[in-house]
Design a protein around this ligand. Structure first.
Ligand SMILES: [Zn+2]
Ligand SMILES: [Zn+2]
Length: 218
């Protein structure tokens, strides 16, 4: 409710008017082809696998994100997730639907929040984004995963890889083709662990879709 009462300010630049002003919205970095077919990293030319994902076992068929995770995207995600500015979920959903084609899947699902974080925030950002996208893309959204243990990691990539392996299990039989929604794609370890659990639950093909993606330089 808080965001209804506060004066509207852009969460990125602070200017008055809207929670995400037009300039900041347009300025969010685009992720444009050529991309790695698998992990969605921008590459010099189209490749099946890139330096970032080569040799890794990734249970998803492809990963795509709407914006690059720069400082502005980080501020937006922070406000959306931590400050509970829930109307930003609609804004974020619009951005994803504008910038990415709908995945060719039977249903959307989402990366589940760990219980502690969900209680703390009162919402799971990935779930809210999945619900927004379900409307925009006219696809069902079904909860299919749960966490096997707490501790959704933050911090280093190595820590993420260690922590998330085996972090999820299927709660229902997955549909044949599923897209798993998350807020940010960092190393891909979370998406891979979620996809692996969905495939264990019966999915044949899993696509990962995130709002923002960490971009490596050089
Ligand atoms: Zn702004
Ligand atoms: Zn790649």
């Amino acid at each position: 409710m808080l965001d209804l009462l506060l004066p509207q300010r852009c969460v990125v630049c602070g200017c008055g008017g809207r929670q995400l002003c037009t300039a900041c919205r347009e300025g969010l970095p685009r992720i444009e082809p050529p991309l790695c077919a698998r992990c969605g990293a921008p590459t010099a030319w189209p490749v099946e696998r890139c330096r970032e994902c080569a040799g890794r076992r990734l249970a998803f068929a492809s990963a795509r994100a709407a914006v690059g995770y720069d400082a502005a995207a980080r501020r937006l995600v922070h406000a959306w997730k931590e400050r509970g500015l829930r109307r930003l979920a609609a804004e974020v959903g619009q951005l994803v639907a504008e910038r990415l084609p709908p995945p060719e899947v039977d249903a959307l699902t989402f990366v589940p929040a760990d219980r502690g974080r969900r209680l703390e925030r009162g919402h799971n950002p990935a779930e809210r984004l999945a619900l927004e996208l379900a409307v925009l893309w006219e696809l069902p959204c079904v909860p299919l995963l749960e966490r096997t243990r707490g501790g959704r990691q933050r911090g280093s990539s190595a820590a993420e890889r260690r922590t998330v392996r085996g972090a999820f299990r299927p709660t229902a039989a997955a549909l044949r083709r599923v897209a798993v929604i998350d807020d940010v794609y960092t190393t891909g370890a979370t998406a891979a662990a979620a996809a692996s659990a969905l495939r264990a639950g019966g999915a044949r093909r899993v696509e990962a879709v995130a709002f923002a993606r960490a971009l490596r330089r050089g």
